[in-house]
Ligand binder design. Structure first.
Ligand SMILES: C[S@@+](CC[C@H](N)C(=O)[O-])C[C@H]1O[C@@H](n2cnc3c(N)ncnc32)[C@H](O)[C@@H]1O
Length: 256
């Protein structure tokens, strides 16, 4: 069993409660309607990066029945988006979350027999998957989380891991200006994440940083939508800039 299932951690409880309150309007606030804010940009940009990654790795499998396991699935809308994005639908989808409210919301909105939603720690599944996704999830112990993901993965499968960075521009500003942001201290630097991967039997196939926070830019959403992607695109090419980004999406594979 993963240690996250048993630890009584006040931060984890706060996160669970926060997401349970958010569950009824999770997708509407983040993914629906016109793009207005930097957080919405972050959620939507990650979703589109991951959708393209999934599309590009599917032809590498020499089987048609692709299964996927989503950790931190929220109300299920993101995994459903990926399922609709690819040409051939996934054969089997299992998804877990620490928030009871999110799981209840997912079960009430998605009634497709290929989908199964579980409160994390109650899933009791022994199978492995072609793809494991974990995007924007609270990770108090990355080493444990990497082995949790790896244990769920087929030998030829891929992990897609979107993880926020400790010293992004936004994290630095929020640490200085806001109270109750201790969750930022659970974030790691790009180097620490790479080191953690190196300690496993997973290799990094690729990584995509995104989200350079520019204060006040999103006061002008129509301009920001265009400028933000250009800034993200250009800053990527500046040496040693990765730690300034909000998040990195890693593609990981078992070492052969
Ligand atoms: C920021 S949202 C991201 C949701 C979705 N993956 C997305 O990309 O929109 C974080 C979700 O992960 C859940 N979560 C946080 N920590 C978790 C953990 N350790 N294990 C499973 N779910 C977790 C939260 O309850 C919430 O639904």
């Amino acid at each position: 069993m993963n240690s996250q299932d048993t630890t009584q951690n006040p931060l984890k409880t706060r996160i669970e409660n926060f997401y349970t309150q958010e569950s009824v309007h999770y997708t509407a606030k983040r993914y629906d309607g016109a793009l207005q804010t930097y957080p919405q940009y972050i959620f939507r940009r990650r979703r589109s990066i991951v959708a393209e990654i999934i599309k590009s790795i599917l032809p590498t499998f020499n089987r048609v029945d692709i299964s996927i396991f989503d950790i931190g699935c929220a109300d299920g809308s993101v995994i459903q988006y990926f399922d609709n994005f690819v040409d051939k639908k996934f054969a089997h989808i299992d998804a877990i979350d620490i928030s009871e409210g999110m799981i209840a919301q997912a079960k009430s909105t998605i009634s497709d027999s290929r989908y199964n939603f579980y409160l994390r720690g109650t899933e009791n599944i022994s199978r492995t998957y072609s793809i494991v996704t974990e995007l924007g999830v609270y990770t108090p112990n990355i080493q444990e989380e990497l082995s949790f993901m790896s244990n769920k993965l087929d030998t030829d499968g891929y992990i897609i891991y979107g993880v926020a960075l400790r010293n992004s521009i936004e994290a630095r500003i929020r640490r200085r200006r806001e109270k109750n942001v201790e969750f930022l201290d659970t974030y790691l630097t790009f180097g620490q994440i790479k080191q953690a991967c190196a300690r496993t039997h997973l290799e990094i196939v690729s990584y995509t940083p995104y989200g350079i926070f520019i204060p006040k830019l999103w006061a002008f959403p129509k301009i920001a939508q265009h400028v933000q992607s250009c800034i993200d695109f250009c800053v990527k090419y500046i040496p040693f800039s990765t730690n300034l980004f909000h998040e990195v999406v890693f593609v990981l594979k078992k070492k052969v």
